[in-house]
Design a protein around this ligand. Structure first.
Ligand SMILES: Cc1ncc(COP(=O)(O)O)c(C=O)c1O
Length: 379
């Protein structure tokens, strides 16, 4: 049976079938060399020249992400931010770009602080409303529409297929930050997106011990070549050990994400009925405004991320965080351990995140333990 016929969970568990042709090792070796030798005729012995361009430990990671996303090629980056910013840096000054009002806060800041100063025309449009996006597209000038679904930290859901249709009608590219959805639950390229980005720091690695990012393309066009050359020139690469750890993490991606989805759904349902909680933001709840779209474009669960808006404002939110014993008070997400975060305290003033909001990254612990700890902390 060829890899093409195998299920994604199989490909992930076996690191897309990797085995070492010399020793038969089923785990790749770590290749720390920064440089590669030439023969006496000055021909490179292998295919590599220097490790700022790439490294053998990237190959199985990139191959696996490409297969899981159903793309043509992938690039591994030093962080989710370096993957995301590369997408914008490959555009030209003067290009018009549409972004949503809510997406990863640090990228939003970078776009307004750096990309706008460098000449990109950034316009914020509510991407959960496709008609508003269609009206904002400027054919010929709009080069990129960036969406994040479900979005951090409000869990707003954008209709990828509808946005792809609008984007292509306007002659632009659609890029999707699919970090929260993971390739286990959603394949944006099959819905028409052109690029998928992950903060591999989160679910892909899954153990809170690697910072990395990925981009996957639907087609290997000139723009993709620019991204590839841009990574080698700017050196936004990770070390071989981090790439090795990432591959190890991805082998358990499917079991982790399915367990996280089950736990998150139980927590969302429990706290949707709790008197101390004003709203649970989770696309797996039928009451969530994006539920129907999420059910169409996410398969096997609605993700391990949810946010609680508590009654009593910031003081109640911070009081809850103070009293948890099991949940870790920390930023980031997607690891096997559950994290709780008061986002407004972490983001800059004016970020727009409500101060009664707590973002939960649900791990793989026992759901009853996680619920009991939140219940006692809510009082
Ligand atoms: C949705 C999303 N995208 C991108 C990033 C940036 O990723 P990194 O921290 O790996 O640079 C994050 C980080 O929290 C994120 O949550």
């Amino acid at each position: 049976m060829s890899n093409a016929a195998r299920q994604p969970a199989t490909l992930a568990a076996q690191a897309s079938g990797h085995s070492d042709p010399v020793h038969g090792a089923i785990v790749p070796a770590i290749q720390p060399s920064t440089t590669y030798e030439r023969d006496a005729d000055y021909k490179l012995i292998g295919t590599r020249l220097y490790s700022r361009a790439d490294n053998p430990n990237y190959d199985p990671c990139e191959a696996l992400v490409t297969q899981l996303e159903g793309g043509a090629a992938s690039l591994l980056y030093s962080s989710g931010m370096s993957a995301a910013t590369a997408v914008f840096l490959a555009l030209q000054p003067g290009d018009h770009v549409i972004v949503p009002p809510v997406f990863y806060w640090a990228l939003r800041n970078w776009l307004h602080d750096w990309a706008a100063r460098w000449g990109l025309k950034i316009e914020t449009v509510d991407t959960t409303q496709p008609a508003l996006v269609a009206a904002a597209v400027r054919p010929g000038a709009t080069k990129l529409i960036w969406i994040e679904t479900p979005a951090n930290p409000t869990l707003a859901v954008t209709d990828i297929a509808a946005l792809a249709e609008i984007t292509h009608r306007g002659g632009a590219r659609l890029a999707v930050d699919s970090t929260f959805a993971t390739p286990v639950l959603s394949q944006p390229l099959a819905l028409g997106a052109d690029l998928v980005m992950h903060s591999a720091t989160k679910y892909l690695n899954g153990h809170s011990d690697v910072v990395a990012g990925t981009l996957t393309t639907r087609i290997t066009d000139d723009y993709w070549q620019r991204l590839k050359v841009g990574r080698a020139q700017s050196g936004t690469v990770i070390g071989p050990f981090e790439a090795w750890l990432l591959l190890r993490g991805m082998r358990t991606l499917f079991v982790r994400v399915h367990a996280q989805c089950r736990n998150a759904q139980l927590i969302a349902e429990r706290f949707a009925r709790h008197p101390g909680v004003k709203t649970v933001l989770y696309p797996g709840l039928p009451s969530h405004p994006g539920h129907a779209i999420a059910a169409r474009q996410m398969h096997g669960g609605f993700g391990g991320m949810l946010s609680l808006r508590v009654n009593g404002g910031a003081a109640s939110a911070l009081n809850l965080v103070r009293h948890v014993n099991l949940w870790k008070r920390a930023t980031s997400l997607g690891g096997v351990e559950s994290l709780i975060e008061h986002r407004a305290s972490v983001e800059s003033p004016g970020s727009g995140t409500p101060d009664d909001l707590l973002r939960l990254s649900v791990g793989i612990e026992d759901a009853g333990d996680l619920i009991a700890d939140l219940e006692q902390a809510l009082g």
